[in-house]
Design a protein around this ligand. Structure first.
Ligand code: 3PG
Ligand code: CO
Length: 556
């Protein structure tokens, strides 16, 4: 049967393997803006300074993880997809580019479905206003608006979520200005096109893994019901006003607002007979809204009014739940993931993180698939994240608890593979608070130590790596000199986003055969090479079409 993995000729089964993913932990120049460098991280340092054949860097951005270009920073979705699937799949960003470039998007069943509403209804476009390329891209929204108009949309309403997390904080003004220009251009062509509502991505709509449904409710109220505490005549006016009113204003947490006409009426609530497209291609932060828009039975918050709409996602966000049922572009078909192989070969797995990254180490890891493959062999454990805070207020997050859970799972002897994601470097890194990010990295390092100690006790093996960079670079730099860039007021520009830097991978532990070392002939190895590596460490050969394993066994 196709699922059977041959035994590795040299590596034995039966050693417990810990797989640790440090979220947002890259390698870059060791200066004061590298929070990982400044932090005291004795465990990660010892891995790097240990045996050179057991530590290296791997690629975690751009084409190595299925993104369109070398300029595309990595992110957790594509990173965990590559780690889990062992192959490189063209990812959402690329698939949408292709569908728009060829015009195929406008011929597909998903677009035809929303097109049914064009004669009498409004087309609503909800998503992230950004060119970060992580969840969405502005040029794709632009092409979608223009293409929809060309294909018969007469009324368009945009519901914009401001970013500041995948792009610089403050850039929402620039994107809003561009959007208003583009809408005006459409109006000149006779399309009734307006901004209808807005709000910051972390406070409005884009929650994930059901951490806090209030976030989605705030968005629902503004987008569907046309209700928000703040009402303005234009998007730029809204941003200017909200920023002036609050010294702590930032793009990520901008409060919800609706746009009203001269009579004070919201210009774009979602009504019966309308079409709705969520234009983010990335899944995690659209799934909750997709449920609210699509599910008849829904009890997460009071929707008040549930319009009869034709709804499509840019992609299908969850292949297992088939959510949403209609979509404009086919998602990558990530099949035969390492998780599925290992289960079919009897490997018992424990996976754990806290809520904000729980789906990363389960759903993304398994190729955007919800749930377990086999409940007898797997346990996925979610530690509830703190709610209603920004993580610079609580940089330790649940690192200790994740470390403890992993330790207990390792010591229990019930699992062959124990996999965790430690979110600190990434979640705190996204706040742009350097001091807090340093503390965050120290917490993650302590959790790593706890897990490695447990591996020591059971004679197991560890594999420590990361999904993409973030905490190692907290400022925007001049690409030539690497010096931090200043804004117009002379302040250093803080980088809240991920980076294009490589990430470390380290292996070791008492169970590692003495002859195992990283191969020298894969200098461009990336995250997709990790799955085969893991399979080898568990005593299996990887499937032939997986990216090659990073390790070899030499006679010692
Ligand atoms: C987010 O969704 O928080 C950021 O846009 C990307 O972060 P992640 O890829 O690390 O989840
Ligand atoms: Co991140």
């Amino acid at each position: 049967n196709d699922w059977v993995l041959p035994a590795h000729p040299k590596l034995l089964k039966g050693k417990t393997l810990a797989v640790i993913v440090l979220d947002g932990w890259g390698e870059q120049v060791p200066d004061q803006y590298n929070a990982i460098h400044v932090a005291s991280t004795p465990t990660m340092d010892s891995l790097k300074e240990g045996a050179p054949e057991h530590w290296r860097l791997i690629r975690a951005h751009g084409p190595a993880v299925g993104l369109p270009s070398e300029d595309d920073m990595g992110n957790s979705e594509v990173g965990h997809n590559a780690l889990g699937a062992g192959r490189i799949f063209a990812q959402g960003a690329k698939l949408v580019d292709h569908a728009l470039e060829t015009g195929k998007i406008f011929e597909g069943a998903g677009f035809k479905y929303i097109q049914e509403c064009f004669s009498d209804g409004t087309l609503h476009l909800i998503g992230l206003l950004s060119d970060g390329g992580v969840h969405s891209r502005y040029d794709q929204l632009q092409a979608l608006m223009r293409g929809s108009a060309a294909h018969g949309a007469k009324r368009i309403r945009v519901h914009a979520l401001t970013d500041g997390r995948d792009v610089l904080d403050g850039s929402s003004f620039h994107f809003m200005e561009q959007l208003e220009k583009d809408l005006e251009e459409l109006r000149k062509q006779g399309v009734d096109a307006l901004l209808a509502s807005g709000g910051g991505r972390m406070y409005v709509t884009m929650d994930r893994y059901e951490n806090d449904w209030n976030v989605v409710k705030r968005g629902w109220d503004a987008q569907v019901l046309g209700e928000a505490p703040n009402k303005f005549k234009s998007g730029l006016e809204a941003l200017k006003h909200l920023k002036a009113a609050n010294p702590k204003f930032n793009d990520q947490y901008c409060p919800p607002f609706v746009i009203i006409d001269d009579s004070g009426k919201a210009v774009g609530p979602i009504l019966d007979g309308d079409a709705v497209v969520t234009f983010n291609f990335r899944a995690d932060r659209m799934i909750m809204l997709a449920k609210a828009l699509e599910y008849e039975d829904f009890d997460k918050f009071d929707r008040v009014r549930v319009p009869k709409i034709n709804y499509a996602g840019m992609l299908q966000y969850d292949g297992e739940l088939k959510l949403p049922s209609r979509y404009l572009v086919n998602p990558p078909e990530i099949d035969r993931t390492s998780g599925e192989y290992l289960v079919k070969n009897g490997v018992r797995t424990y996976a754990c993180s806290e809520t904000v990254k729980f789906g990363h180490v389960t759903f993304f890891w398994n190729g955007n698939r919800s749930g377990l493959f086999d409940e007898n062999l797997e346990c996925y454990y979610e530690i509830p994240s703190d709610q209603g805070i920004t993580f610079n207020e609580q940089p330790l997050m649940k690192a200790l608890e994740i470390g403890e859970k992993a330790r207990d799972a390792i010591l229990s002897g019930k699992y062959d593979q124990v996999r965790v994601n430690l979110p600190n470097g990434d979640m705190v890194g996204h706040t742009g608070d350097i001091k807090a990010t340093i503390i965050a990295c120290e917490a993650a390092d302590k959790a790593v130590k706890m897990i490695l100690d447990a591996i020591d006790q059971v004679g197991g093996i560890y594999l420590v790596t990361a999904d993409h960079g973030n905490a190692e670079d907290m400022v925007k730099r001049n690409p030539k000199t690497a010096q931090p860039l200043l804004d117009k007021n002379g302040n250093i520009q803080i980088l809240t986003s991920h980076t294009c830097w490589p990430v470390p991978i380290a292996i070791g532990g008492p169970g590692l055969s003495p002859g195992v070392r990283f191969r020298a002939d894969l200098p461009d190895g990336g995250l997709a090479n990790v799955a085969a590596t893991m399979m080898n460490l568990l005593g299996f050969e990887a499937p032939a079409d997986y990216e090659p394993s990073l390790i070899e066994v030499v006679e010692s």
